[in-house]
Design a protein around this ligand. Sequence first.
Ligand code: SF4
Length: 346
Amino acid sequence: MNSEDREFDYKSLLTWFAKHARPLPWREHYRPYEVVLSEFMLQQTQVVTVLPYFARWLKRWPTWSDLARAKEDEILKMWEGLGYYQRARRLWALAQHLESHAISELPKEPEALMEYPGLGPYTSAAVASIAFNQAALPIDGNVRRVLSRYYRNTEVSPSKGQDAFLESKLLPIMKKIKRRRELAQALMELGASHCSPRQPDCEGCPLFKTCSMESVEEAMKFPLKKARPKAVPLTISYAWVENKGKVLLRQRPAKGRFPRQWEPPNCESEDSDESLASLMSLLSKRQLKKVSSVRRDFTKYKVTWNSYETTVPSSYKIEGFDFYDVDDVKKMSLIPVMGKEFNLKN
Ligand code: SF4
């Protein structure tokens, strides 16, 4: 039989999930608000990181209605450390939409969920299947990896063609079984455990007997990816400019990266010397002391944040920036990396 023709071995996967599912708080009652919150927080973020944020968030805003009435700055502050702040804003916008239209609960079907702000194809399918036990397949990187390996699917990943193929395999199964939410989560969980990108544990996997992969080495080649352009180096030099318990900051504009979050004076360039020279020029050539350097790799850029500090007299001014008390700054949402460093310093 062609590997793409076989039926997915959902029974073995469900048996494994019944024994090994992690006891996660949003799995206790499958309340839609909690499932939506978990899905927003889990995008690009690991479960272990999300857990304390999830607990704090629910304590502060236990319902859609509570969240709708929150202030943006407080929401961003609560999200600090999770990154990708757009997720927090979208979740808040969804809560406000529900509140302003007097909608007490989300619809169950993925197509209807997609009509709501902030809910794209993946999140709609995840909420429909996990919160409402509907036949919908949330295809994230984990699910794509498990299924493309299982079927030895040779389409480039991610692609619409591949997702349509995976749905054609799984949706008929989901329609005929009752344990749909378990199946969706089992696929995700298998991708996050045994069927990992770099070190799949095929021998311990519940799908080992029926999976198309003939070796761990072969599994590591799937899903097939398009070659990516090389990431470019980018240096961001920034300075904590301090005066008697106050720091110099400005709020970023409402459009673009990190909208309405706060930042100290900073300059970026693909050339690290130029980045520092621009910062020196912005600060009228003040003496700067280097504090730290942090490096992170993203798809397009390899970013290095170099942080400096200097003390200035109270008459010191830079256009667009103002001094704020350190205690007030602790309640403000600073942009990532800089915010983390500020919290450690103060
Ligand atoms: S047998 Fe290996 S490749 Fe196949 S699903 Fe399991 S871990 Fe993934």
